[in-house]
Design a protein around this ligand. Structure first.
Ligand SMILES: O=P(O)(O)OC[C@H]1O[C@H](OP(=O)(O)OP(=O)(O)O)[C@H](O)[C@@H]1O
Ligand SMILES: NC(=O)CC[C@H](N)C(=O)O
Ligand code: SF4
Ligand SMILES: [Mg+2]
Length: 499
């Protein structure tokens, strides 16, 4: 059953990523979180939410909605209703659970120790199993997301401190997770034992009044681009398997899973992360350029112009142009007021999206041998349309170069590539794909070339690969516990809501 979301409890369409943000000890923590979420908008555009905590006594406050950060938090009165010195926020692309208000994060619940909010980027691969067991013992789920199992596992834990209860919960889940957790005691950041999804720590040093020492504000975010917008300095990546506990005493770290080598998602570098972010020590923009250089070395071609498929194909096309010495031109113009096609909910809209989104810049293409550079071919929708469009604009030859290896497998760790049957590369050879998209030639970077571009000169070590690369290799580093269970009949659940 590879290719299905790992624990769907309702009839979802595939989507992709999420962004998380948290801040401790800041004036206007709610407004800062809205800014952070705005910088992370590329990671999730379906829904967004913030939970703030006001230690002056008014407690927790939350606001959530479907749509973009600007739409949900654009009104100053909404931000004004999120008082406090601490907050967590989330931008959602569903991987498990439909896009309905009850699935919007951060999830919030009240326990013996008080309120707790959690925002989750990633996807649990045993959430369906856990959910069944939890429901059997009386837990009443309020949402259909995988993320809600964290809440129930914390609730039933026999430990007393929040950190021990959380650790207890983490030991039972399998999958990919970067979490921001807010309680009255502090802000907690967690990265799963393999660190598949990113999470970074930032710091804002407050201006000192009257020469007195002031405590810094601490920030947790999916990507470093969210630090810049709130004026925070990059402190460090949260490490794989690390839990950081942030409170007025500073930052404390525990590693309940011991120390093990991580398997960060290589697709973050290829496509998902914003180019100005620095993740696990690599600038995303520079990494994409180096991938383009390596791609040009591996699959050189005689041509007149290198044209990126915007947006995400741009940095690797620059690298390709530099390495090949062929001029770089913006031969395709992207309309910025259309969302990402890869993550639109239906094939029909996706097709429309590509047409609405790109147009040929004829003057740069006509009469030329064109090399199109894009980051990935998933369903093939984009490349098919773009090749056709570039030919119609008068290109004499159209060659396609892709800065990732063929996407042959689905992701179950928080990025919702479609089911395997819909992945062009899962069912076709490179030659067949070239024919299907109508290109004169097609080439993908090799997996070793990708690793070389990411600073591993020896290429991919099959014994201990440095990254998660399962969507290119099928080598899933975390067990897909729910997959075997997926064929089981499920009871109907609430799949739409109106208010
Ligand atoms: O083969 P497909 O199913 O068409 O999917 C692959 C395309 O989707 C993504 O771009 P997208 O247009 O989503 O976003 P971008 O503008 O950020 O590149 C990706 O960069 C490819 O261009
Ligand atoms: N893409 C994600 O990280 C999604 C988080 C979580 N699995 C959800 O579906 O809400
Ligand atoms: S399967 Fe692919 S997209 Fe998913 S975490 Fe691994 S590398 Fe990233
Ligand atoms: Mg693209």
């Amino acid at each position: 059953m590879l290719g299905e979301p790992s624990g769907p409890h309702d009839d979802d369409k595939p989507h992709e990523e999420c962004g998380v943000f948290g801040i401790w000890n800041a004036h206007d923590a709610g407004a800062m979180t809205a800014l952070g979420l705005h910088a992370l908008q590329h990671r999730g555009q379906e829904a967004t939410g913030i939970v703030s905590f006001d230690k002056q006594g008014s407690g927790f406050h939350t606001h959530k909605g479907l749509g973009l950060v600007g739409d949900v938090f654009g009104d100053a009165r909404i931000i004004g209703a999120l008082p406090g010195h601490a907050a967590v926020g989330h931008n959602r692309y569903a991987t498990t659970g439909a896009t309905v208000i009850r699935n919007v994060q951060p999830l919030y619940a009240e326990f013996e120790f008080g309120g707790l909010a959690v925002g989750h980027n990633g996807n649990l691969t045993n959430a369906a199993n856990l959910r069944r067991a939890l429901v059997r013992r009386g837990c009443i789920f309020q949402s259909t997301t995988d993320s809600e199992v964290f809440i129930h596992l914390i609730a039933i834990s026999l430990y007393s401190s929040v950190t021990d209860r959380l650790t207890d919960a983490l030991k039972q889940v399998i999958g990919a997770y970067s979490l921001v957790v807010l309680t009255q005691e502090g802000l907690i950041g967690v990265r799963d034992p393999l660190g598949v999804r990113p999470l970074i720590l930032g710091r804002i040093d407050q201006p000192s009044e009257n020469g007195l020492e002031t405590k810094p504000s601490w920030v947790l975010a999916s990507e470093s681009c969210a630090l810049d917008i709130v004026g925070a300095e990059f402190e460090r990546d949260i490490e794989p398997g690390e839990i950081v506990i942030i409170n007025d005493d500073g930052v404390r770290s525990i590693r309940p899973f011991g120390n093990q080598a991580g398997r960060f998602c290589v697709f973050e570098y290829i496509y998902f992360a914003r180019p100005d972010s620095v993740l696990d020590g690599h600038g995303v923009y520079e990494a994409r350029k180096r991938i383009g250089v390596e791609l040009a070395r591996e699959s050189a071609i005689e041509a007149d112009v290198i044209v990126p498929v915007p947006d995400s194909g741009v940095p690797s096309a620059i690298g390709f142009a530099v390495a090949s010495g062929i001029p770089f031109e913006l031969g395709i113009i992207r309309n910025h007021y259309v969302g990402r096609t890869f993550i639109e909910p239906t094939d029909q809209i996706r097709n429309l999206g590509v047409k609405l989104k790109h147009s040929a810049n004829k003057a740069m293409i006509e009469g030329k041998r064109v090399v199109l550079v894009d980051d990935s071919i998933v369903r093939g929708t984009t490349s098919r349309k773009i090749v056709e469009m570039v030919r119609a604009a008068g290109a004499t030859e159209v060659h396609m170069r892709i800065s990732s290896p063929p996407t042959t497998h689905s992701c179950f760790y928080g990025i919702d590539t479609p089911e395997r049957g819909k992945l062009l590369a899962a069912n076709h050879s490179v030659e067949e794909m070239a024919r299907l998209i109508g290109a004169d030639s097609l080439a993908f970077i090799s997996i070793d070339g990708l690793y070389r571009a990411l600073g591993r000169p020896e290429g991919r070590d099959p014994e201990t690969p440095h990254y998660c690369d399962a969507c290119f290799t099928g080598d899933y580093p975390i067990s897909l516990a729910d997959i075997d269970e997926n064929s089981r009949a499920r009871a109907p659940v609430l799949v739409s809501e109106a208010s």
